[in-house]
Structure formats: structure tokens, C-alpha cells
Ligand binder design. Structure first.
Ligand code: SAH
Ligand code: SF4
Ligand code: F3S
Length: 449
């Protein structure tokens, strides 16, 4: 009989989906009797929830793993788990590369952690990477915040962007039912949560796979229908959603966002490139003109909405002139934030095999130029808040300055202001903005009303 380990530590890499999966896995571990250990070196079970979107994300995982594998040789009772997207990509090969591992499990298996660990404790080394239907999880997630929460609405992605590993590692689209989503939100409302972000890699695909789709491909459960269905959950005061895909984005969705008071004035719509030939090579399925029309329509309905996006520089074959079209789009739109990245060839993706790869120098130079423009434009966008009174949801103390609180505006700008966390945590307060920076604001509580 092995004695059950008692303490666990989870390190999470990657996107919000991984963070949401980690919270569910932590909930399962606590349900099994494990307690959180802040220091991984004191833990009996270490779980890495990994990301492979770019090569540097993947390499980071191997360096962490190397250290823990070494520790395991000294402490054989340590249980080592690799979950998430690297686990899915590498599968059994990861067990061969790091034989100290006990369990390798893809993202679709997150809710099965208990079963899988039971096999490990019975003496097996386990790899769970086959595609499965994702079960509803019956345990409660252990969430990092007690003010804001993520709620998955659709897992996986059916797109085939030529640079992207996500469909390989997250599998096909699987929507949760509107009832399951609403039930989770009602529970969050009862527990005192104030803000929910609905999550999907391509959230506009929500519902396509649920019963009720018609032969013409129309379906009754769209993201817009879902927003209408969950917008009145008691206690939840703010609703967000991400990530939107320009190919499927509808005016009906924009209208719903402008009409439903709890839906925040923020759209995250990656454009990836401002050049039509590059967009085509990426298989994105839209043009920059279409993207601009979407933004124009948003601004007709909601002139002040925040717009954020993702972009890739140095895609195979990208010329200087094509890159400049990305700069032009950023210049013209005036984004509140753009997450930028240099193209990284990923195993199992079409673009990785093309011969027209660019040098690291060219990619780094373009990335730096784009980032420079992004922060100038973000600063211009931030300036509009100066002197205004904004509604801010208080999340926590500012870790760098405990006299300050931290929250976000409806448009998702980080906002700092003096206040008492014990008094204000989880409240929507009015803050008068007195200073702005590219990506954050400072203000003071407005006690005028
Ligand atoms: N589903 C979302 C984004 C998923 S991945 C969408 O369709 O936009 C998050 C971001 O990582 C992407 O928007 C893209 O900008 C970036 N990314 C994905 N694959 C990449 C790669 N191979 N190299 C560099 N950046 C990449
Ligand atoms: Fe990747 Fe494209 Fe799917 Fe986004 S839509 S996750 S970029 S394949
Ligand atoms: Fe990374 Fe997987 Fe998310 S590859 S970005 S953790 S879907």
C-alpha cells in the first residue's frame, strides 16, 4: 500500500482555457483530500498544465520538468503529472522522454483526473490522450479569484488556421448545454461572484454541435441566444466572452451586447494580419476589409467599446509591404490592446513545413516595431478616460502597492485607486480617472453620488 500524498501544487501555462481547466483539476484534487501547497518543493503531487502555442512556451515546460524529475529520483513518492496541450501533443513520447512522469493527460481529460490518478496510485504509468466526449464535472472548481470566474461554453476548435496547434491538441468543438452553463453561473452568483467570462477558442461557434442545428447549418443555440439566456443570473453583474472569430462574428451579437446591460463594452477579436494574401495563407477566412467593417459596426452601436486583438508577425513569406499593412490596420483601428507574437513553426501544422520561413532577426525586428505602435495607440485610447468617472469592479489589492486597490473598467482597463480592500472587494464602484498609461489607469473613488 502506498500512502496517499497529501499536498499538491499546480503550475499553469498558457491561455484562459488552461487556467479554467487548472481550477477544475484543483477542485478534483481537493475533493480527493489534497491540500494546496504554495511551494512546489513541499508538494507530494505536482501538476504542470502546459501550453504549446509557441516553441518558447513548450521549452519552458521541459525546463521545469527536468528539475522535478531530478527531485523525483530522490523522493520516489512524488507524483508528477503533465496535463494540457504539450501532454496532448507529445502523448506517450513524453513518458519516454521523461520516464519519471506518472501521468500524461490531454486537455479533454481534465475532468477525469480522479480516475486517472487512481490508476497511477494502483501502480501504473498512464497516458490519457485519446479523443473523448468531455463529461460535465461534478466537483466544484477551486477558483483563484472570488470575484471573477471563467465558465467554459465550448471546448475545442474546428478551424484549421495553418499556423495553429490548438485544433490538434484541444480536439473538435464540444459545446456545453445552455442549462449546464446557466447552472454553473447561478452557483457562482450564490457564492458571491460578480463577473463571469464565457470561454471558447472560437466562441462564435457555440452551439453548432448541439441538437437543434438545421440541415442548412443554422442552429438555435448561438452565442447571442446564450447571452440572452444567461444575462439575468442573480448576483452576476458583469458578463464577458472570448475569443471572437471575425469569420463568424454577427451584427446580431453586437446588438445583443449593446442592449444587455450586464455585457461589458469589450470585444476581443484577433485579426492576426492586415494583409489579405497572408490572411488567406493563414486560412482565416476573412479579409481586412471585412474586419474593418466589423469594427465600424461595433462602433456604430457602441462608440466607446474597447477593442482588443491578437496579431502574428513574420508568418512564412510575409514581405515588408505585407507587414506594413498590419501596422496600418493597427494605426487605423486604434486598439486598446493587441497581444502580439512572432510566428513560431509548430509540429503538425501546415505552415511549419513551408519553405518560405523568415529569419528570427526579421521576426524580432517586426515584433518590436509592432509593439511600439501598439503601445502608442493604446496610450491614445487610455487618454479618453482622463477625467471621466468609470465603473470599476474591485478585484484585489495592488500587489505592488497595498494602499491601492485593483479592478477593471467595463472596457477591461486595469484601474488602480486608493481604498480599503476589506470594505470594497467585489463591489462595483465609481472611480474618477486622474492618470493614464498605455495599459492601465489610476484614479480615486468618486464619492459625489
Ligand atoms: N482562438 C483564438 C486564438 C488562439 S491562440 C483565435 O482564433 O484567434 C492565441 C493566439 O496565439 C492567436 O490569436 C495567435 O495570435 C497566437 N498564435 C497561435 N499560433 C501561433 C504560432 N504558431 N506562432 C505565433 N503565434 C501564434
Ligand atoms: Fe487556432 Fe484558428 Fe482555432 Fe483560433 S480559430 S484556435 S487560431 S485554429
Ligand atoms: Fe496554449 Fe493550449 Fe491555450 S496551446 S494557448 S494552453 S489552448
Amino acid at each position: 500500500m502506498t500512502t496517499l500524498p497529501r499536498r499538491y501544487h499546480i503550475t499553469t501555462f498558457g491561455c484562459q482555457m488552461n487556467k479554467a481547466d487548472s481550477e477544475r483539476m484543483a477542485g478534483i484534487l481537493e475533493d480527493m483530500g489534497f491540500a494546496w501547497s504554495e511551494d512546489p518543493n513541499d508538494a507530494d503531487l505536482i501538476l504542470y498544465n502546459t501550453c504549446t502555442i509557441r516553441d518558447n512556451a513548450e521549452q519552458k515546460v521541459y525546463s521545469y520538468l527536468g528539475r522535478q524529475a531530478h527531485r523525483k529520483r530522490l523522493q520516489p513518492n512524488l507524483t508528477l503529472v503533465v496535463a494540457g496541450c504539450v501532454a496532448q501533443q507529445e502523448g506517450e513520447a513524453l513518458l519516454r522522454r521523461v520516464p519519471e512522469l506518472d501521468l500524461v493527460m490531454g486537455p479533454q481529460h481534465a475532468n477525469r483526473l480522479r480516475d486517472l490518478l487512481e490508476q497511477v496510485f494502483a501502480g501504473s504509468q498512464v497516458a490519457a490522450v485519446e479523443p473523448v466526449h468531455i463529461m460535465e464535472d461534478i466537483t466544484k472548481p477551486r477558483r483563484d479569484s472570488n470575484v471573477t470566474a471563467w465558465v467554459n461554453v465550448i471546448y475545442g476548435c474546428n478551424e484549421r488556421c495553418t499556423y495553429c496547434v490548438v485544433p490538434n491538441v484541444r480536439g473538435v468543438e464540444q459545446s456545453r448545454t445552455p442549462e449546464a452553463i446557466r447552472a454553473e453561473m447561478e452557483e457562482l452568483g450564490r457564492q458571491g461572484y460578480k463577473e463571469v467570462t464565457l470561454l471558447g477558442q472560437n466562441i462564435d461557434a457555440y452551439g453548432r454541435d448541439l441538437p437543434g442545428a438545421t440541415a442548412e447549418g443554422r442552429h438555435q443555440h448561438t452565442l447571442t441566444d446564450l447571452l440572452h439566456y444567461v444575462q439575468d443570473v442573480p448576483g452576476i453583474e458583469r458578463l464577458r466572452f472570448a475569443t471572437s472569430h471575425p469569420r463568424y462574428f454577427t451584427e446580431r451579437l453586437i446588438r445583443a451586447c449593446s442592449e444587455l446591460p450586464k455585457v461589458c463594452e469589450h470585444f476581443h477579436i484577433p485579426f492576426q494580419s492586415g494583409d489579405n494574401d497572408i490572411l488567406k495563407a493563414m486560412s482565416r477566412g476573412y479579409t481586412h476589409e471585412k474586419y474593418r467593417r466589423i469594427i465600424d459596426t461595433i462602433r456604430q452601436y457602441m462608440p466607446d467599446a474597447s477593442i482588443t486583438a491578437d496579431a502574428i508577425v513574420g508568418f512564412p513569406g510575409e514581405t515588408e509591404a505585407q507587414f506594413e499593412k498590419t501596422l496600418k490596420l493597427v494605426e487605423d483601428i486604434g486598439f486598446d490592446l493587441v497581444n502580439t507574437a512572432a510566428y513560431s513553426p509548430r509540429p503538425g501544422t501546415p505552415a511549419a513545413l513551408w519553405e518560405n520561413q523568415l529569419s528570427e532577426e526579421v521576426k524580432a525586428d517586426r515584433l518590436q516595431r509592432l509593439n511600439h505602435l501598439v503601445s502608442i495607440k493604446a496610450g491614445e485610447r487610455s487618454e479618453r478616460y482622463l477625467g471621466r468617472i468609470e465603473e470599476v469592479l474591485v478585484e484585489e489589492q495592488n500587489t505592488k502597492d497595498p494602499s491601492q486597490l485593483m479592478g477593471r473598467t467595463s472596457g477591461n482597463r486595469l484601474t488602480f485607486f486608493p481604498g480599503n480592500i476589506a470594505e470594497l472587494k467585489g463591489q462595483l464602484v465609481k472611480v474618477k480617472i486622474t492618470e493614464f498609461r498605455a495599459f492601465s489607469l489610476t484614479g480615486e473613488l468618486d464619492l459625489g453620488n
